[in-house]
Design a protein around this ligand. Structure first.
Ligand SMILES: Nc1ncnc2c1ncn2[C@@H]1O[C@H](COP(=O)(O)OP(=O)(O)OP(=O)(O)O)[C@@H](O)[C@H]1O
Ligand SMILES: [Mg+2]
Length: 352
């Protein structure tokens, strides 16, 4: 089959919403063709697993129809504890040799039966301490978990030609818009609704990843629990609205500050763990993505705690956007939520 590069759609099924990005590549640059979002009810996806597949199928179909997207081929991604990403040390061997032995090598690192997972790997390079060994990034995803996502797309009449991992999609988005700098250590942190994904890069290699099972939902939950707000009121308060009948602005600010503090502490703990386990590498800069990164308070608090620069990554920084077709200011405001979908939309058939 001859794959045309043009017609792949990036679809990120997040726990709060399905996000779609369609790009077109011409003369080496990406152009924005389509962007859309369809919210999902809170119990549709729980702990990254699909609870209500019909709701997701409908959301995808409504997005595709509403935006008149004709493409059938989709790049999508998964994340969470059914996905294992680990850096392992193996004797130096060629890619071919590793391909032949990966199942056997991987077995001891994966908490699931080896027959239950799809496995992929990337050779990072020789170990700095022992040149007879090499570092390998091992990725394993539970088949039944991945198959649930594949089934949803199939039911929506689409073909998922690329099944990626959320944090690698963000990495891809980052590479296009900012570029990897050799040996520079940066952390890409995706602050989503129910999870926070930490990915530390050294140059173009991911050297540490961690999923924190909390995210923006925490803010709303705290507002509901401590101030008795409804779900809707909490979401409005979270997005900056202080004109809430059931609570005064100071209490809202206080609850949000506490929750943000907790979230930031979790992120700091992950980065501390990275610092403690990596010999000489220190994170120089943090780039934030995901909906929660729209909150300026989060990036400020994180920056104060870590003492390094924290910047909101712009997924459309180097993407050409026609100002006649898109409201650029609005796009800039909502773009953090589209970081995964944008990275996915840049994928080509044959990538892995
Ligand atoms: N300005 C803002 N301030 C705080 N939070 C915000 C803001 N804008 C959006 N959010 C939050 O961002 C979250 C949605 O972000 P995103 O789309 O990245 O999550 P998701 O991909 O659906 O979730 P996950 O990746 O955890 O499954 C929601 O919790 C939403 O309330
Ligand atoms: Mg997400």
């Amino acid at each position: 089959m001859f794959a045309s590069k043009k017609d792949i759609v990036g679809i990120d099924v997040g726990s709060s919403a399905v996000k779609l990005v369609c790009l077109r590549e011409s003369r080496g640059s990406f152009h924005l063709v389509n962007i859309g979002i369809m919210p999902l009810a809170p119990e549709t996806i729980v702990d990254n697993a699909i609870m209500d597949s019909t709701a997701i199928v409908e959301a995808i179909q409504r997005l595709m129809q509403g935006m008149r997207v004709k493409a059938k081929r989709v790049a999508t991604s998964v994340s969470g504890h059914s996905v294992i990403i680990r850096k392992i040390l193996l004797p130096v061997m060629t890619e071919k040799e590793l391909e032949a032995s990966i199942l056997w090598e991987a077995e001891q690192y994966i908490p699931f039966d080896i027959s239950e997972v799809n496995i992929d790997f990337q050779i990072i390079g020789p170990d700095s301490k022992d040149p007879s060994q090499m570092n390998v990034m091992l990725v394993a995803a539970k088949k039944d978990f991945v198959n649930d996502f594949v089934a949803v797309f199939a039911e929506a009449g689409l073909e998922p030609v690329i099944m990626d991992i959320d944090c690698f999609a963000v990495e891809n988005m980052f590479d296009y818009n900012y570029g990897f700098v050799e040996d520079e250590v940066v952390a890409l942190i995706d602050l989503g609704a129910s999870a926070t994904n930490v990915n530390v890069l050294k140059g173009d290699m991911s050297v540490f990843t961690r999923d924190i099972q909390t995210g923006g939902n925490l803010l709303g939950e705290e507002l509901q629990k401590r101030l008795g707000l409804s779900g809707e009121e909490a979401e409005c308060a979270k997005l900056g609205d202080r004109d809430i009948a059931d609570a005064d602005p100071e209490s809202i600010n206080e609850v949000l500050s506490d929750a943000i503090e907790n979230l930031v502490q979790e992120v700091q703990r992950s980065l501390d763990f990275f610092a403690a386990t990596s010999s000489e590498d220190r994170v120089k800069k943090v780039y934030l993505t995901g909906g929660v990164s729209s909150s300026e308070q989060i990036s400020k608090t994180l920056e104060n705690r870590l003492g390094i620069t924290v910047e909101r990554a712009k997924p459309f920084r180097n993407i050409i956007v026609n100002e006649k077709e898109f409201d650029v200011e609005y796009l800039d405001a909502i773009s953090p939520m589209f970081s995964v979908a944008t990275g996915l939309a840049m994928r080509k058939v044959g990538d892995r």
